[in-house]
Design a binder for this molecule. Structure first.
Ligand code: MEV
Length: 303
């Protein structure tokens, strides 16, 4: 029996802009999806969503991984059990984490010798196949861990302030939100392209701030980035309520993380303020998760 895990992620800056080749900074967080695999007579996939065989409705990512792994090995029967700390469909990278952790676990079980770079690439192809649109960011950061600037894929300094996630508990579709931004861009390229380009500038300036561990300035730029995401239509009253609750209770800064529409916000917070920020997010109707950045991407936890 093999267990591999992979982390979720938050965006400091740059979601949506990254879809158009602009810069983003993304950070793996200490919320993990664990995938346990062992040889079996048939294919069985088990998670909180249910027990299935290959099933593109209930377990689309894991099913697609099993099918694609056929390029490397013959899988006649395998039992796969998934357990996750990452809220599903909330912009924290649950689909990327389950995809790359499953590839890694099957890679180890069947000794396919797929490299980490290849796992990230295969994970991205699977996200593309299922979502229709996805940048390689989520699968890359979940595979490698750490704080990464895209498109260079360069690792930055570890982030050591607290990270508080606020979940609106409202599901959103990345595919739909990416399509909405694309539509807006088609209608008003003179307005939307500069907005995406300013978001990119925030990420580029943010690189040095991460290196200097200047969390107050990072927070300030996160607030600006939130305003720009709002301007392209991906915020909501629930997301903004959580953003303002976090800011008003002492966070360095707060913004949407991921596709928006529903899902989560992220706040950077000094250790001393963390309980107050988490309390304020809960009082504003969200569910807070206190976490940290992690340098650990895919891990083989036991074999
Ligand atoms: C979703 O987590 C982030 C987006 O930029 C889409 C993507 O990069 O694939 C909205």
């Amino acid at each position: 029996m093999i267990t591999c895990s992979a982390p979720g992620k938050i965006y400091l800056f740059g979601e949506h802009a990254v879809v158009y080749g602009e810069s983003a900074i993304c950070c793996a967080v200490d919320l993990r999806t664990r995938v346990q695999v062992e040889i079996d007579d048939t294919i069985n996939i088990e998670s909180v969503l249910g027990k299935t065989g290959i099933d593109s409705e209930i377990h689309p990512y894991v099913s697609a991984v099993i099918e694609r792994m056929g390029e490397f090995t013959s899988i006649k029967g395998v039992s796969i059990k998934i357990d996750s700390d990452i809220p599903v469909g909330s912009g924290i990278g649950s689909s990327a984490a389950v995809t790359v952790a499953t590839i890694a676990a099957l890679n180890t079980l069947f000794n396919c010798k797929i490299t980490l770079e290849e796992i990230a690439k295969l994970g991205h192809e699977i996200e593309m196949q299922i979502q229709g649109a996805a940048s390689p960011t989520d699968t890359y950061v979940s595979t490698m861990g750490g704080v990464v600037i895209i498109p260079q894929k360069k690792k930055l300094e570890h982030i050591d302030c607290k990270i508080v996630i606020g979940n609106t508990n409202m599901l959103s579709s990345t595919k739909e939100l990416v399509a909405n931004v694309a539509k807006l861009r088609d209608s008003y390229p003179q307005i939307i392209d500069p907005v995406l380009s300013v978001i990119s500038s925030i990420s580029k300036i943010g690189e040095e701030l991460v290196t200097n561990r200047d969390y107050a300035s990072i927070g300030y730029l996160m607030n600006i980035n939130h305003g720009l995401l709002d301007s392209v239509g991906v915020s909501s009253i629930e997301l903004s309520s959580l953003v303002y609750a976090a800011r008003n209770s002492g966070a360095f800064g707060a913004k949407i993380t991921g596709a928006g529409g529903g899902g989560c916000i992220v706040a950077f917070v000094d250790r001393m303020q963390v309980d107050g920020v988490a309390y304020a997010i809960n009082a504003a109707g969200g569910s807070s998760i206190i976490t940290n950045a992690t340098e650990h991407g895919i891990m083989v936890e036991s074999n």
